[in-house]
Design a protein around this ligand. Structure first.
Ligand SMILES: NC(=O)c1ccc[n+]([C@@H]2O[C@H](COP(=O)([O-])OP(=O)(O)OC[C@H]3O[C@@H](n4cnc5c(N)ncnc54)[C@H](OP(=O)(O)O)[C@@H]3O)[C@@H](O)[C@H]2O)c1
Length: 452
């Protein structure tokens, strides 16, 4: 206790760290509330107070639920980078380009530390920004950019710094996890659940960045870069979202002992690095299968540390502001680590391996005509491509075909096949031929299976 009181007294006496916050939306306003609400704790842990001296946003008249009297307002956010009363620039606007990128670049060029929550910016421009930060000798911190309140960056970059990490990823988008959980629990289709998530504020009006997997891919690219010590070229990350997941697949997955999750997966292999985001079947008893609703989970594996999983809230003003403030406390104390965990000098981006090189078990769901010989036709194609089957599920049709042979009822039945591990290139070739079979109706669904 005495120590903490002494720390608070010292913290209160030292010169404050003056910050300028660009963007006063969910995260920016949340940061103001956190720094004010926990002022004493923050000062004690930072060794000095953290004072908000300047802000920028678009609309000066908007009520943000925080008192900004005495704080300088900039209409041009980039002006924060050169404001003489700002020691650290906090970028909470968002977007890989535009004002956010200009502000961060200008601040780093001016030798001013930057804290950002902007995953798109770091995923796309992290390599060049790291080089710039190293050249000018200032910290560039982004704990809030991955999995909000989960200290994922610190864990991977600092906590596990001594180990050779082999795998990193997890459930990196709360909106998708919420939608898939609700689909599984209610049996409702994607579109209904998405509309509900939008009404509840869990999904944006334009949900594409989330449901098409882009947001998770930004976070995965950052995690992969930290885990493997080299930034991964964002364009090379293989990305599939959740729009194609049918409630039927969630039911079949359950029958097979799995749940479906949108996962980010990065693996170090002998021949390169895999970095991908797509739905996966995971065993229903695995820890990651239990992470439901808006929660995120970050999974890391290393040769010495083994496997660990962190679970928590990946978004929202409280969790995200906590992560931003943690970076500010590090800067106030003078502790900083290189952006990618090692010197950026000479670090070039690596390309992730193409999908043809993936090697997984696969779940396939086909809609087939309910007639003899169909299974033999499908399995013959798989055999031709060296794909062997582990299990199969076939449900009879709800409405039997008329006995007189006339057309009637729904002519198709779902056929579900689970393969042994195989190369994705072989799977894709087989799938192309299967889709063209006259007994197959519509487009087959293919979902990868992960051990969890
Ligand atoms: N929300 C989360 O839970 C979460 C979690 C992790 C990371 N992040 C990241 O945090 C960042 C901010 O997200 P957010 O959810 O707080 O966004 P937001 O609620 O949409 O807020 C964005 C803020 O930026 C301001 N802004 C937009 N364009 C601007 C411009 N040209 N000049 C100055 N200000 C501008 C807006 O001003 P007005 O208010 O005047 O319109 C608003 O205050 C993003 O990079 C996001 O990816 C968010």
């Amino acid at each position: 206790m005495a120590d903490s009181a002494g720390g608070q007294a010292r913290g209160a006496q030292a010169a404050p760290l003056r910050i300028g916050i660009a963007g006063l939306g969910t995260v920016g306003a949340g940061l103001v509330k956190l720094l004010r609400g926990n002022e004493t704790i923050v000062a004690a842990r930072a060794g000095r107070p953290i004072a908000i001296t300047a802000v920028a946003a678009r609309d000066r008249t908007r009520d943000r639920g925080v008192d900004l009297s005495g704080v300088t307002w900039h209409d041009d956010a980039v002006a924060l980078a050169t404001d003489p009363d700002v020691d650290v620039v906090v970028e909470l606007i968002g977007g890989a380009e535009g004002v956010a990128r200009r502000l961060v670049t200008t601040a780093l060029e001016a030798g001013r530390p930057v804290v950002t929550a902007n995953k798109a910016l770091i995923a796309v421009h992290g390599a060049e920004l790291a080089a710039l930060a190293e050249r000018t000798g200032v910290p560039l911190m982004f704990e809030a950019a991955v999995a909000g309140g989960i200290p994922a960056i610190k864990t991977v970059r600092e906590g596990l710094a001594a180990d050779r990490l082999t795998r990193v990823g997890g459930i990196l988008n709360g909106t998708c996890n919420y939608i898939m959980t609700a689909m599984r629990e209610s049996g409702r289709p994607f579109a209904d659940v998405l509309a509900e998530a939008q009404a509840l504020g869990y999904a944006e009006a334009d949900p594409s960045t989330d449901v098409d997997g882009i947001d998770a891919a930004h976070k995965l690219a950052i995690l992969a870069g930290l885990a493997f010590g080299r930034p991964v070229a964002f364009a090379s990350v293989h990305v599939e979202g959740i729009r194609g997941i049918d409630a039927l697949d969630l039911d079949f997955a359950r029958a097979l002992g799995y749940r479906i999750k949108l996962l980010g997966l990065a693996r170090r292999r002998e021949d390169g690095v895999e970095a991908r985001v797509h739905p996966c079947l995971v065993p229903e008893k695995s820890p990651i299968a239990q992470v439901d609703g808006v929660f995120n989970a970050v999974v890391v594996e290393g040769a010495f540390v083994g496997r660990l999983m962190l679970e928590g809230r990946g978004a929202g003003e409280g969790p995200t502001a906590t992560a931003v403030a943690a970076d500010l406390i590090d800067i106030a104390r003078g502790s900083a680590v290189p952006v990618w965990g090692r010197s950026a000098d000479g670090l070039t981006q690596i390309e992730a391996l193409p999908r043809a090189a993936f090697h997984e078990e696969y779940y396939l769901r086909l809609n087939v005509h309910d007639r003899p010989g169909v299974i033999a036709d499908v399995t013959a194609v798989l055999r031709d491509h060296g794909v062997s089957l582990r299990s199969m599920l076939q449900h009879g049709r709800a409405e039997p075909a008329p006995e007189d042979g006339t057309a009637g009822g729904d002519p198709s039945v779902p056929l579900v096949l689970v393969t042994h591990r195989t190369r994705e290139s072989a799977m894709l070739e087989a799938l192309g031929r299967i889709a063209a079979l006259s007994v197959v109706i519509g487009t087959p669904a293919m979902i990868r299976i992960d051990p969890g």
